[in-house]
Design a protein around this ligand. Sequence first.
Ligand code: MEV
Length: 323
Amino acid sequence: RGVPDITDQSAVDHRACGHGKIILLGEHAVVYGSHAIAAPVPLAVRAVAQDTKSGGVDMFIPRWGVEYRLHRDPAHRDSFQRSLGIIFDTLELTERSMRIEVFPNVPRAMGLGGSAAMAVAVIRALDQHYELGLSDEEINALAFRCEEVAHGSASGIDNTVATYGKPLLYKRASKKGDAPMVRELQLPKRIPIVIGISGKESLTAVTVGKVRTAWQRNPALYDGIFQQIDGLTLQGMEAMQQYDLERLGDLMNICHGLLNALRVSSWEVEELVQIAREHGALGAKLTGGGGGGSIVALCPQNREKVAAAIRDAGYQAMEVDIG
Ligand code: MEV
């Protein structure tokens, strides 16, 4: 179904990479101030910066077939250039002559945090190459600004996982400019997950925008759903810390139902969720923006079976341990 091969992990260099992620509980509601739980996956985006004499910033992402010269004037940039362009403007590198090559092992537009991982990878590559001495906080803050352009109104969770590469509980700041609440999750044991990748690309900006439109039409109705997601996310954190996977699975299933109520699911996502549950997953839900993209399934006993059933149906599956 046109999904790039994500099993190639050879190019991961952690000094210049951004981590891909899954959201276990709380996506979309997190944009409105609810908690969410996210964890890195062993997929990363790596970037390399080199000096050239070309007279501009040239970006190459061979795997995605993307190649462009960054427009110096932000007004002339398309949405892709606008997002990454913030990095060069902020670091005052727009006038330099360089080639940036990006190696994304995170599949594009699959709800796995590809845009945030790319922003972090590019910032880290520039930081290394120009010896800028950026701290992780500065890298995260700059990647957040890229995410705001990429997602419309990003919560900041994707760039935070992309930067720190740790499982965490996250809640955005209630006022712009304040720091979000980020708590690293210490788990007694690693949690076995299957990621099912639908192959249907979906832009988070689009699903975030759809939820916003619905919320604006009836804020009380949607705030109620966000509150329910918030409550079950906090219960999910307890379940993870107590390694109560039955409970975590129930919470994931209910979260999926609520995300479906927000209309961010799709045919492919529903099929993946059903396949996972039928083959014994304790819980299965969409992860990230939805509208296509990926699902996560909690599979303590029968992980291979779930992954095989997903592959038999023509999708990609990846087995990961969280924690
Ligand atoms: C995307 O990975 C998660 C969303 O909640 C958007 C965001 O938090 O920025 C859908």
